[in-house]
Write a protein that binds this ligand. Sequence first.
Ligand code: COA
Length: 199
Amino acid sequence: MKTIFLPLREIPYDVLPRIAEIQLHDAGLLSKLGFPFVLKYFENAIKDEKAFGFYAQDDETKEIMGFSLASPKPSALTSKLTEDKVWFIKNILKVLFTKPITFFQMLISSVTIQNQMDEPNTIECVYFTVDPKYRSNKLGRTLQKALMDEGKKRGYKKIFASVETKNIASLKATQANGFTIVKTFREGMYHRHRLESEL
Ligand SMILES: CC(C)(COP(=O)(O)OP(=O)(O)OC[C@H]1O[C@@H](n2cnc3c(N)ncnc32)[C@H](O)[C@@H]1OP(=O)(O)O)[C@@H](O)C(=O)NCCC(=O)NCCS
């Protein structure tokens, strides 16, 4: 099997739901908000001028296997979810009534994000996710490494990632890419490590 890596920005629009479907396997807040939020997030992300990422595709079957996304302004990507007010209110009310814990976690996370200033010359590895059937073959770390190489090419000096302390696979891949844990913090129900690497 040959795997090819392509820029996320060039992904055919009709394939984006597949990216959202893969992201739903992540245990993070965006996935808990549900498919419409995930799809909207990635629709915005591929149009965002500063965000960049890659997707991995099986060259024979053309199946999308995983992807990665980085941004120097991750909070701006999240804020874009609220730009279409009618869409946002309709969908967030659904979350409030069907998943109230997720709704309150979202409030806590938005306050945490607001308190995190974007750092100069720094990007965040916002997401890297691999379809469960392709995991443990070093695809995750290769997709994250692609962000590091591209970030360096674009002149950024540092990359960071927030990883849940119990997410062993992500911690292993991220540390194999040279990141080190600089702090551990709580964000509502999430316990996270912040990991950083020079580029
Ligand atoms: C994190 C993720 C992208 C890693 O993808 P991957 O292709 O499996 O990554 P890699 O093969 O490069 O590395 C994973 C490592 O964790 C190990 N691993 C996988 N699952 C594990 C588990 N449940 N417990 C312990 N180790 C595990 C793998 O064996 C591998 O170990 P190695 O370093 O000895 O080779 C993937 O697990 C995933 O998509 N998770 C859900 C989304 C997510 O959590 N993303 C990160 C958000 S911060």
